[in-house]
Design a protein around this ligand. Structure first.
Ligand code: SAH
Length: 352
């Protein structure tokens, strides 16, 4: 079995080279090439032909194939569908903000969390993504969109804490100074709140932003919207958030999808303020994006404004998330595994 070289750190590549009787310092050159986006060992032109051939025997290098690229005519948001080595597909989205370009990446093929409003979970979980497959979404999204990437959000398909080891290795790789060197403070990991993994996450003491998809302040509503809440409960989740903050010094943020007559009452705003105020967490209100067949509607703009005002009046730091890429179904919760994919530049009607 050939090893997945894109999931290896430079020191691991060095150790493997040494075993092969090669010079370990070549590892730095190889890692550099991998981070630049080579599709084959043959493109590593400062290595000897012989070494390239030996690398090919031992390691695999299988970048994802972009099978679809859609560009929003409204705001330039770009959505990619990638075909992976085994034929599975995942999506990534590149969003342009004043402070830089952000890529939203997937962490699993499918998802088993079962959230009531999310399209990504409809087919269940197929498998975890390899670190290399997350790393490649960052690299190739930037290269294919033709823009430099400065920020990453783990908010695509999948639950990052359900693939914790893979995600930690990916973070180490993408942050590595000899690779893409994206700073931890430019990375946000979003979770539906697997509270029992927070302590392990905190033990790595990463300076990234942990964002919890709270969506409801009370267990009755949250159990319905986010099944992972069952058996944990909002109180234990908030305790885990507090411990995370105490151990890492990083404030947790909260995502809250505004769903009409489900989680948008004045009373729920009060309850939410009581939960997040003590730990100083930022709240991001997201108007629910429509997903077919889920029977839920977004709150009205007036309701959202009122909810926002209520939180602010209680001293909570709150923003309403702007919708990007809505014309190409690139918004939160709309990413899903596609079958019957159109080829790039093909029958995507109006999109590049
Ligand atoms: N599994 C992780 C990350 C993926 S989802 C998590 O749950 O956080 C990224 C964000 O989009 C989450 O906050 C999720 O709850 C939200 N989301 C999912 N479907 C949505 C929808 N239809 N409208 C608005 N937000 C949605």
């Amino acid at each position: 079995m050939s090893r997945d070289i894109r999931s290896m750190l430079p020191e691991e590549i060095a150790a493997a080279l040494e075993e092969m009787g090669e010079k370990p310092f070549r590892a730095k050159q190889i890692f550099f090439w991998l981070s630049k986006g080579v599709r084959s060992f043959d493109d590593m032109t400062n290595l000897s032909k012989d070494l390239r051939a030996r690398l090919k025997e031992r390691f695999r290098l299988t970048p994802p194939v972009p099978v679809r690229k859609q560009v929003s005519s409204a705001d330039g948001t770009v959505k990619f569908l990638w075909r992976l080595r085994d034929g599975e597909t995942v999506e990534s989205v590149v969003m342009q903000y004043a402070y830089g370009n952000t890529v939203c990446i997937s962490t699993q093929v499918g998802c088993r969390m079962g959230c009531a409003f999310c399209a990504s979970t409809l087919g269940g979980l197929v498998r975890n993504l390899e670190p290399s497959e997350m790393l490649d979404q960052v690299l190739w999204s930037g290269l294919e969109a033709g823009v430099p990437i400065s920020n990453i959000v783990l908010m695509g398909i999948g639950e990052p804490l359900d693939n914790l080891d893979g995600v930690i290795r990916f973070l180490t790789l993408v942050n590595h100074p000899d690779g893409q060197g994206i700073g931890m403070r430019h990375i946000t990991l979003s979770t539906c709140g697997l509270a029992d993994r927070f302590d392990k996450m905190a033990s790595y003491d990463l300076q990234l932003t942990l964002s919890v998809s709270l969506h409801a302040p009370d267990d009755e509503t949250r159990n319905r919207l986010v099944p992972a809440n069952r058996g944990v409960g909002v109180e234990a989740l908030m305790d885990a958030c507090r411990r995370y903050f105490e151990r890492t010094g990083r404030r947790v943020s909260f995502e809250y999808a505004m769903i009409r007559d489900v989680n948008d009452s004045d009373d729920q705003a009060e309850q939410l303020a009581k939960l997040v105020k003590p730990i100083g967490g930022h709240v991001n209100l997201i108007p629910l994006n429509h997903v077919d067949g889920r029977g839920l509607s977004p709150s009205t703009p007036e309701r959202i404004r009122r909810f926002e005002d209520k939180l602010r009046a209680r001293g909570v730091n709150v923003t309403v998330r702007r919708r990007l890429g809505s014309d190409i179904d690139a918004s939160c919760g709309q990413l899903r595994r596609k079958t019957g994919t159109a080829p790039m530049g093909g029958a995507d009607g109006g999109n590049r």
